[in-house]
Design a binder for this molecule. Structure first.
Ligand code: OSB
Ligand code: MG
Length: 370
């Protein structure tokens, strides 16, 4: 497969509601879209880097730089066998998994279209509907949060995740638990706590949470292991996991008992599948996280979630939970608390090119020229 032409663009997509986490707030998504052309086909990928470095050191701006300067130039005109070798020409680019994943995923889409298979099939996933959950940002007060939980339960979401931070944690979670004693409920701290907060975190053990996601620092696996040894509630690792190697270390240390897999955070679908396979063999459940993706990114996440080790509902919400209008057709809509990959080769969604053009803020293409 030869890559003849590459286009990178930045679009601006405003969220319907500001999304607040312990590490920042998300309002206007600046999303990078990669289009690869080859073999008479197109493949698309989405970069999930955020506007600021609160979740990861990568930002829209660093990803733009790394893509345009280091990753894309060597790719055009090259013969590529498959997604695994997409960066053989750039072994010197360390880190920047979100920038890399955007291209790797476009290769998967292109490859799937070239062989006329749906992405899920190429990945070895089931293609069946997968259960979906919702992640609720930090709300101004408990009343507002309870209203949101109620609304999403009515929409059929099968697991509720609540963002927490110091000062907005135990009391708020208790309020949700008291009102909804039976629902699958979990908390995500996005690394907001330190070892001094362990007594408070231990109190969460009484709330029958499915798991608590990334309570401590992203580089503090030893502290997570210490906390896990004192807690019944499973710890789920998100920010701490950037590769198969990170998972091997985390499991060796018993620093967490569930893994959140985000293709962007780990550098793509091949690494995601590697993490999945390792966890499946080790009996460790995984689920698919989200980064407030457009309908393009969600297509990859839904397809990936059909692998057998994806045990919990993912952070896979419908298009309308994020956007007034998505950039794909059909929009993502949960049915009975599930979403399935769309029919058709590759990621199976049709792009609304007119809308994408309107939303575009800058573009870059190779080969250079008109
Ligand atoms: O920690 O899982 C997270 C969104 C942005 C950055 C980090 C996270 C999240 C979410 C939202 O929780 C998940 C979604 O895309 O719906
Ligand atoms: Mg998280």
């Amino acid at each position: 497969m030869r890559i003849d032409r590459i286009e990178l663009r930045e679009i601006r997509l405003p969220l319907r509601e500001t999304f607040v986490t312990s590490s920042g707030s998300w309002e206007n998504r600046r999303i990078l879209l990669v289009k690869l052309e080859g073999e008479g086909q197109e493949g698309w990928g989405e970069c999930v880097a955020a506007e600021d470095p609160g979740y990861s050191y990568e930002t829209t701006e660093t990803a733009w730089h790394v893509l345009t300067t280091h990753l894309l130039p060597g790719l055009v005109g090259r013969e590529i066998l498959g997604p695994e070798e997409v960066f053989d020409h750039a072994p010197h680019v360390r880190g920047h998994p979100m920038a890399k994943a955007a291209v790797e995923m476009a290769i998967w889409d292109l490859h799937a279209r070239a062989v006329e298979l749906p992405l899920w099939e190429l990945l070895g996933a089931s293609g069946q509907p997968v259960p979906v959950g919702v992640s609720i940002g930090i709300q101004p007060d408990d009343h507002a949060l309870l209203r949101q939980v109620e609304r999403y339960l009515e929409e059929g979401y099968r697991r509720i995740k609540v963002k927490v931070k110091p000062g907005r944690d135990l009391g708020m979670l208790r309020a949700v638990r008291d009102r909804f004693p039976e629902i699958p409920l979990m908390a995500d701290a996005n690394s907001a706590y330190g070892p001094e907060d362990v007594p408070l975190l231990l109190e969460m053990d009484g709330l029958e949470l499915l798991m608590i996601e990334q309570p401590l620092g992203h580089e503090d696996l030893l502290d997570h292991a210490d906390l896990q040894s004192r807690m019944r509630t499973p710890i789920c690792l998100d920010e701490s996991i950037r590769s198969v190697g990170d998972v091997r270390l985390a499991l060796h240390l018993d620093a967490g008992r569930v893994i959140n897999i985000k293709p962007g955070r780990v550098g793509g679908l091949a690494e995601s599948r590697g993490i999945h396979d390792l966890c499946l063999a080790a009996g460790v459940p995984v689920w698919c996280g989200g980064m407030l993706e457009s309908g393009i990114g969600r297509a990859f996440n839904v397809a990936l979630s059909g692998l057998p080790g994806f045990t919990f509902p993912g952070d896979l919400s419908g298009s309308r939970r994020y956007w007034d209008e998505d950039i794909v057709i059909p929009e993502w809509t949960p049915v009975d608390g599930t979403m399935a990959p769309h029919e058709g080769p590759g990621i199976g969604v049709e792009l609304r090119m007119d809308r994408i053009e309107d939303l575009t803020r800058r573009r870059f293409h190779l080969p250079d020229g008109p």
